[in-house]
Design a protein around this ligand. Sequence first.
Ligand code: FMN
Length: 403
Amino acid sequence: MVSTEQDWREQGDAPDPATVGRRRVLQALGAATGVAAVAATGLLSYRAYDAAVLDPGGGAAHDPWRDWRAVPGPLGAVGAAVLAASPHNTQPWRFAVAPDAIDVFADPARGTGSVDPFGRERDVGLGCALENLVLACPPRGLAPTVALLPDGGGDRVAHVALAPAEPGADPLYEVIDRRHTDRGPFRPAPLPPETLDALSGPDPGGSGPAVHWIAGSAARDALGRLLVDAAEALVADTGQSIDNFAWFRATHDEEERYRDGLVLDGQGFSPLELGVAKLLPPSSRADGDRFWVGRTRDVHTATAAAYGVVTLGQGSRAAVLDAGRLLQRIHLRATAAGISLHHMNQITERLDREVTTGATSDLGPRLAALLPAGRRPVLVFRVGWPVRPARPTPRRPVTAVIA
Ligand SMILES: Cc1cc2nc3c(=O)[nH]c(=O)nc-3n(C[C@H](O)[C@H](O)[C@H](O)COP(=O)(O)O)c2cc1C
């Protein structure tokens, strides 16, 4: 069962500084009793309506979460694909749909620049979409056969041949529209090794993607410090800070216009915090950077029950796409088990940046010391028991992403 913020506080944890800060804002507004009091003033109630304070998850930008399941055939499978995770919610995909095949393409216009200079995270996101697409074929009476990189490289990352089959469904299909990234606090309860192993799924062995769990307190603390240091380094790098901020959608209007990017609904706030955040003026880049580093230190790393690191034994692009498929499956298994997952990739984003700038730091050796020898880190995430449910974020509709 999902516990309330009240439970969390009763368990004796330090108050979240972001919450304290917003409480001061509320007091300054003379509305410490909550959103109802805020909504009682005429001007603010219009702002509340305008900013969709009382309707998180509503609006046309969220229609793809509601509309996909009833759509038959390959278009319905694409409807599942667009609900996948992607870096900064860039949704870096396009699809060509025929009755007997779906081609998946990278959209080179939807990158994060210096945050992902080699397109590694973009390819992981495409792998996530491909996994949802494949899971959504059997319920539509389609058997998918995937060929990765059918042109050997370039923008076409997968050709999925479709053959008629008896309808069936993987249990992970059922939770595709309940999977969301949870950036909120997690409850202080451990995840036993057998629970983590169940999230990994079968180990295929070899040099392909595998997940390495970091759950012991010393290693977990070391990775937590590393994540905070990497977040500080990222915001101190003006190029990365600007490229990060470019995908923030600060207002409800922007969410509805672009239907992508990072939004307040996805920050793991309590309903009260979310309502107040939506009523405040949009943050500057510097404020956003400070907020993110603070949350990384005081919420994300402070409440992680365990971290997962998806590693590869070799560096091919097909292996990176497969790593995305594995990441999506892990997130869906976590969702089915009521466990929250939050992607945290600032360390690998800094390591890629160091390659492009020639700078060096101790981030790479510190991460390698926590991993099995000979395995390369591709993705990092934290897992834990949720304090509150994570919310859906905007998506472009299928009609906007088919060729
Ligand atoms: C390759 C990849 C990297 C990501 N890196 C981060 C990250 O470093 N920090 C973070 O908060 N979310 C990260 N995310 C999560 C995305 O921001 C998230 O999937 C997107 O905003 C859509 O939200 P949803 O997962 O709730 O549907 C990443 C996702 C992917 C696929």
